[in-house]
Design a protein around this ligand. Structure first.
Ligand SMILES: [Zn+2]
Length: 630
């Protein structure tokens, strides 16, 4: 069997969803703003419709089977009747289309002759109409990441989904403000799944997108999905990686998870099990007197317990072929996606309080032999009935290793089961929107708008202003590179000082917990003006920003309240004279070597109100004079 061991080669296809910076949403005139107050709401229940080819999407059936409704909260400042699906969509935003076309052109994609808006079935409730509008604008293309060519499959203009607010057992709650916001989806050709490489590719693509100047910035404006498959196996879709630095973790997690599932399948083959036969039995009677508190509790609440026997799986549900990866965990996730708390399987019976005699009874009732496993599904009757077929389906898939499914990325970089993978029945034409021809004139205008390569831009910043490559890159990534150039010219400050105040200081303060919103460009520019005008020393910048950030007061106020107006030379002289006289003995004994400690003390006393170079000069003079005295 040794040669059957998987080579653990992972293929990863990235899909990046990036909001576009537009003045309106894609199919109405509402502005793309986030609403803090959502005073109105309505409720909907979506059902899976047959597509035109007669099929029904398995993902749609799955979501519908959960039997929940969706509640939408909205504000007239950010939503209208289009988002509520009460009014037909307005014509496609020309601004959104132009931006998506520019992204496609920048990536070297072939632009389509005609843009066709399609409806893609979405039934998780995130779209009020049960579909998302989407239009391919470009196909093909490529870019280089550190000498490696990465292919582009497609560039698509889409409307964003509603924002999830939360859920209870009966309904999911959404905010409509994000629904309909224009976004561009870039689907990349699969790359070998070296986790770090996947992170680098995403970072690079993000920079290309930002080079167009047409994309939105900030948290929640970019989202990565991954299509992951192991050694040509079935494709797992991982949705919603929000932070770039989580991508390598997610890939690593999937590599370990999928490898473990392949190991379980190999074990089954060794055991000669070609099919995992399952049988289900109601064991509520036994569970009412179970040694497991969980089971007794479920029965006491009026629920029921079903035992699923699984042929040949004994010992494999609790087995960890890689750390933390167990088949039992996978089955529990399926139960959780179906509104139950999880499952109890026979590999953990003792730990759950189910003793040998109870297990023997369960095995007898469920018809499970020694080599078989038992999975107990417990909870409210209707939910158990809906969940058991899903659990059976998952157990049967064990022989094939990794079942195709859609998973969600967690905040810690793991993934969890969401639903089966959608079928191919998901797209049909949006007849409310006419097709849009791409004209020669549009193509000519696009060719002129293609931005400078971002790497060239970073090199130019570094060279022109004698910045380190790293600082130039940080400036570019912050999106403040143009402002940096403008402010530098206006204020005649050292470029490195301007760059540090725009990029490094805010990053450091953010780590110390200062609100990012308090460190906007206008505030940073005011502080820089105060430095340029000689009102404060550059050493005082962090304190001023911290005070302005935590109090919400203006920069001027913060300077005054901190007493941080720059000390003039006579003030500095007075402070140094007092430091020298307090430490006369130290000066006598150490001479010039007293400089470092006294410098520290003087700077502490001046609390950033003075330029370090001036303090040092005056202190040196003082020490020299003192040397003459003693
Ligand atoms: Zn609207």
């Amino acid at each position: 069997m040794e040669d059957k061991n998987p080579s653990m080669e992972l293929l990863v296809g990235l899909e990046i969803h990036q909001q576009l910076a537009c003045s309106t949403k894609l199919f109405c005139k509402c502005p793309p703003v986030k609403s803090e107050l959502l005073p109105y709401s309505f409720e909907r229940r979506l059902r899976p419709a047959q597509s035109e080819t007669g099929g029904v999407d398995p993902a749609a059936v799955f979501e519908f089977s959960k039997g929940r409704s969706n509640k939408y909260f909205w504000s007239p400042e950010s939503s209208c009747l289009v988002e509520a699906d009460e009014e037909p969509p307005h014509p496609l935003s020309a601004e959104g289309l132009d931006s998506a076309l520019l992204v496609a052109r920048t990536l070297g994609s072939t632009i389509v002759d005609e843009v066709h808006v399609m409806r893609k079935i979405v039934i998780d409730g995130s779209n009020t109409g049960g579909f998302q509008r989407t239009a391919v604008v470009g196909l093909g293309g490529a870019f280089d990441v550190g000498g490696m060519r990465v292919g582009v499959q497609s560039v698509t203009l889409e409307e964003d989904a509603a924002r999830i607010l939360g859920e209870d057992s009966n309904s999911r709650h959404f905010a409509l403000d994000r629904l309909g916001v224009a976004l561009v989806e870039v689907a990349l050709a699969p790359v070998m799944g070296d986790p770090e490489l996947v992170g680098r590719v995403a970072l690079h693509l993000g920079r290309i997108l930002r080079s167009t100047g047409r994309v939105a910035r900030g948290l929640g404006t970019i989202r990565q999905d991954l299509n992951v498959s192991l050694s040509g196996g079935r494709v797992i879709e991982v949705k919603g990686v929000q932070k770039l630095n989580l991508l390598p973790k997610v890939v690593q997690y999937e590599l370990a998870r999928q490898s473990a599932l392949v190991q379980v399948a190999l074990k089954l083959r060794e055991r000669g099990v070609r099919q995992v036969g399952c049988a289900t039995t109601d064991v509520t009677g036994v569970a009412s007197g179970s040694g497991s508190n969980v089971l007794r509790g479920k029965v006491a609440e009026g629920g029921k317990v079903v035992a699923v026997s699984a042929r040949g799986l004994n010992g494999l549900l609790g087995w960890e072929p890689s750390p933390g990866m167990r088949l039992g965990k996978e089955v529990a996730e399926v139960a959780r996606a179906n509104s139950l708390g999880g499952v109890i399987h026979s590999d953990e019976f003792r730990r759950q309080g189910i003793q040998q005699d109870e297990e023997a009874l369960l095995r007898k009732l469920a018809g499970a032999g020694e080599g078989d496993a038992i999975i107990l599904v417990a909870g409210p009757s209707a939910q158990v009935d809906a969940c058991v077929p899903r659990v059976v389906e998952r157990l049967r898939e064990t022989v094939s290793g990794v079942p195709a499914e859609t998973r969600a990325a967690t905040e810690s970089g793991e993934t969890r089961y969401m639903r089966p993978r959608p079928g191919s029945q998901r797209m049909y034409p949006e007849t409310d929107i006419p097709n849009i021809g791409v004209t020669e004139q549009m193509l000519a205008d696009l060719a002129k708008a293609v931005p400078q390569n971002w790497e060239a831009r970073v090199s130019r910043l570094a060279d022109a202003y004698s910045l380190s490559k790293d600082m130039a890159l940080k400036l570019y990534d912050s999106g403040l590179d143009t402002e940096f150039e403008i402010l530098g010219k206006e204020l005649k400050l050292e470029p490195s000082v301007v760059a540090s105040v725009l990029v490094d200081v805010p990053a450091r303060l953010a780590r110390e917990g200062v609100r990012q919103e308090a460190l906007g460009l206008e505030v940073l520019a005011q502080v820089l003006r105060a430095v340029a005008g000689g009102i404060i020393a550059k050493e005082a910048v962090p304190d001023v920003l911290k005070a302005a950030g935590s109090s919400g007061r203006g920069v001027e106020d913060a300077i005054r309240s901190l007493g941080l107006e720059r000390a003039d030379e006579s003030k500095i002289r007075a402070v140094i004279a007092s430091v020298l006289s307090r430490h006369a003995r130290l000066v006598r004994e150490k001479g010039d070597a007293a400089f470092a400690p006294l410098m520290g003390e003087a700077m502490k006393e001046l609390r950033g109100r003075a330029d370090g170079a001036v303090v040092a000069r005056i202190l040196r003079e003082g020490l020299q004079r003192a040397g003459g005295q003693y």
